[in-house]
Design a protein around this ligand. Structure first.
Ligand SMILES: C[S@@+](CC[C@H](N)C(=O)[O-])C[C@H]1O[C@@H](n2cnc3c(N)ncnc32)[C@H](O)[C@@H]1O
Length: 261
């Protein structure tokens, strides 16, 4: 596909999750329609996006510290430094990171994701998590699935409705991972801010972005059959490995890192 054709697929008339999130993080790669969504969201949304991103930093650093050198990151988002590969290659320069996102705007910025440490490698594909077999087929050309792989899906699955089988597609991806691999997951929730539930969901819906926030009991099954590492399934600021002591403040995300037995 030519660069021109790719540009044509970037729809600036309606908001996109990747650009809304970029705006929440204080980035510059979004459009006025995305800003409208952010302006309607409660102020907690910005803090929560930063706390979610900080969880990704801590989880990636912890995994790399344990020697995990292969990563498949789905729902990558518009590059925001430090990106996952910069964190893990800062610890294990030879780490290989495959990124995937279904938004053409992320593809446009993928160059930044492909600047790897020379000892390691990064890869990017435009792909939809709702088609896990395609992602796995591509990832197998880049990662060695006979050795542990960390699969990360950070702030992704709340964009997948119940009718799109989020648990089943997660299972398909996890089942492809060898023993000793990890699932790293964060998922939006309004458990800590129940009074904001309706306004957040309505704001995204108005922007035609379906959002399915889930409760703790609804996030737990994503880890079925896996061994959650301490501190288990917790809200983002309470996940303490390779970072500051757990904070009691709300974060709007449930997070967990679990080992494939
Ligand atoms: C909120 S951003 C999270 C970015 C990054 N993972 C982080 O947490 O910092 C969600 C990303 O998921 C992507 N996404 C949403 N639905 C997707 C799907 N069905 N398949 C692949 N990516 C998707 C969006 O394009 C966006 O880049």
């Amino acid at each position: 596909m030519t660069a021109g054709a790719r540009e044509d697929r970037i729809d600036t008339s309606r908001p996109h999750p990747a650009r809304v999130y970029d705006c929440l993080l204080g980035g510059r790669d979004h459009h006025p329609v995305d800003r409208v969504v952010v302006e309607r969201l409660p102020p907690e949304a910005r803090h929560n996006a930063l706390r979610n991103r900080a969880f990704m930093h801590r989880a990636a650093a912890w995994l790399a510290g344990t020697g995990v050198d292969q990563y498949l990151d789905i729902g990558t988002g518009i590059p925001t430094e430090p990106n996952l590969h910069q964190i893990v290659q800062g610890i294990l320069p030879s780490a290989r990171v495959a990124y995937a996102d279904n938004d053409p705007i992320v593809l446009r910025h993928a160059r930044a994701l492909l600047v790897s440490h020379p000892a390691g490698a990064t890869d990017y594909i435009e792909a939809d998590v709702r088609r896990p077999a395609l992602i796995l087929d591509h990832a197998r050309t880049f990662l060695d699935f006979s050795r542990p792989v960390a699969l990360s899906m950070i702030a992704l699955l709340h964009f997948i409705g119940d009718d799109e089988d989020p648990y089943g597609l997660t299972r398909t991806l996890v089942d492809a991972l060898p023993s000793g691999s990890h699932l790293v997951l964060s998922h939006g929730t309004t458990d800590e801010h129940p009074h904001l539930a309706k306004s957040v969901t309505d704001t995204y819906r108005k922007g035609e972005i379906p959002l399915r926030m889930r409760t703790r009991a609804e996030v737990e099954p994503f880890f079925q059959g896996l061994e959650l590492v301490a501190p288990g399934l917790v809200t983002a600021t309470r996940w303490y490995r390779s970072g500051p002591a757990p904070a009691e403040e709300p974060s709007g995300f449930y997070v967990g890192v679990a080992r494939v037995p």
